[in-house]
Design a protein around this ligand. Structure first.
Ligand SMILES: Cc1ncc(COP(=O)(O)O)c(C=O)c1O
Length: 429
């Protein structure tokens, strides 16, 4: 047997035995996996339906057109580009088309819950564009006054509205008013909440923005991928907008599309149109609310942000590590008025989409929150050193100590026993 196939088997066991609370992860269905692992990976089809640079694309054209139609139906948009390899390349294509190289772009800072590609200093989006960043107020919500004043001063060509670690509903209308006042393009990056919008449990930006970008692998429960959707509003401003962004995607940024991935996205979109997906989306929100309530966190979406400052200073990394030892995966995150750093933050971020896909309900969330609270008690008094130079060694010692922690080992045994009872979609059902 291939070594890789054996390793995949090992990861299936990991997926079965652990509790995934990473808000950007999910489980795809057997049919999505079937399309993704299909012979469509053999095909080259540079270009777009009806205008390919290779022969033999009659079926591929049908699949891509079907995928575009499904995307427009799900999100009530008017033009769909389904070829971007993932969320970041989709954002790159939009930035290059709407802001142009070196153009000014206003986006939410990484610290405040925005995505890397919205202008973070470590990302190409601040190196290739003039990135201006807005943040959140002391209460954690986006500072709309700051957005308005930065827009007025810097006159960005494009504004991002969309988040990666933000537990609140966004004010799309407020953003639209600001964008219109300076004649800027408004782009919603709905990567995190796309499935909630599709399921009708979260407001849609479609009325307010010109363009929407999304990943297809988070709450949408599709394969990894990206989509760019153009709204009526965007096409009214520029009827050629879709064609222009398409040209940036290919030949601008990419060669051949991943046809197996397009097919798998189409399968996921078919599933989203079934009534069972609406039920799923509702349950995602219910489960997140229970987690937030039990852990003293905040959630208006699928995502829960928990501030760990009540347990000590800079405990995000320590919490993530201890929880992983206990079989619960999530990630550390900065909190409003963060005094640590992005690497050593003071909070944890979790989400309910993956566990909800495994069939877990409110009572299961209460049980899981109970284990999380027990783990958090174990990390008390493991505060991050205030001196930066001491942090690396501190974590080394902390990890050694925690790996021997009997309480964490006991919780892990309970977690495994519990997790195994819930089938892993795509594998067990
Ligand atoms: C809001 C947002 N946009 C874009 C992306 C980028 O997607 P990808 O990781 O597929 O490049 C993410 C991924 O986390 C995201 O959360």
């Amino acid at each position: 047997m291939s070594k890789v196939l054996k390793l995949i088997e090992e990861d299936i066991t990991r997926q079965r035995n652990t509790l995934v609370l990473i808000p950007s992860e999910n489980y795809v269905s057997k049919n999505v996996l079937k399309a993704l692992g299909s012979v469509l990976t053999n095909k080259y089809s540079e270009g777009f339906p009806g205008a390919r640079y290779y022969g033999g694309n009659e079926i591929i054209d049908k699949i891509e057109i079907y995928c575009q139609q499904l995307a427009n139906k799900v999100f009530k948009t008017d033009y769909a580009i389904v070829q971007p390899y993932s969320g970041s390349p989709a954002n790159m294509a939009v930035l290059l088309t709407l802001a142009g190289l070196g153009g000014t772009v206003l986006g939410q800072s990484l610290f405040a819950g925005g995505h890397l590609t919205h202008g973070a200093s470590a990302s190409f989006t601040s190196q290739m564009f003039n990135a201006v960043q807005y943040g959140v107020r002391n209460d954690g919500r986006i500072d709309m006054e700051q957005v308005r004043s930065l827009a007025k001063i810097h006159k960005p060509k494009m504004i991002w509205v969309g988040t990666t670690a933000y537990p609140y509903i966004l004010d799309y209308q407020g953003f639209a008013e600001i964008a219109e006042s300076i004649d800027a393009w408004l782009v919603a990056d709905i990567a995190h909440v796309a499935g909630l919008i599709a399921g009708g449990v979260h407001p849609s930006p479609v009325k307010y923005v010109d363009v929407i970008t999304t990943t297809t692998h988070k709450t949408l429960r599709g394969p990894r991928g990206g989509m760019i959707l153009i709204t009526k509003k965007g096409l009214k401003k520029d009827p050629q907008l879709g064609k222009k962004i398409e040209k940036t995607v290919m030949p601008g940024l990419q060669g051949g599309p991943h046809d197996h991935q397009t097919a798998a996205i189409a399968v996921a979109l078919e599933e989203i149109l079934k009534p069972s997906f609406k039920k799923y989306a509702k349950q995602v929100i219910k489960n997140a609310k229970v987690l937030a309530k039990e852990l003293g966190g905040i959630s208006e979406t699928h995502l829960v942000l928990v501030d760990l400052r009540k347990y000590g200073f800079g405990l995000g990394y320590q919490a993530q590590y201890a929880l992983e030892l206990a079989g619960i995966t999530m990630n550390r995150n900065t909190v409003p008025k963060e005094a640590g750093s992005a690497f050593y933050p003071s909070g944890i971020r979790m989400g309910s989409p993956a566990l909800t896909s495994r069939g877990m309900k409110e009572k299961d969330m209460v049980r899981i929150a109970g284990w999380i609270k027990q783990v958090l008690e174990e990390i008390r008094r493991h505060d991050l050193p205030k001196e930066q130079e001491k942090r690396k060694d501190f974590m080394k010692v902390y990890k050694q100590e925690m790996s021997k922690n009997k309480k964490l080992k006991a919780i892990r045994r309970e977690v495994e026993k519990f997790a195994k009872k819930f089938p892993v979609p795509g594998v067990d059902n």
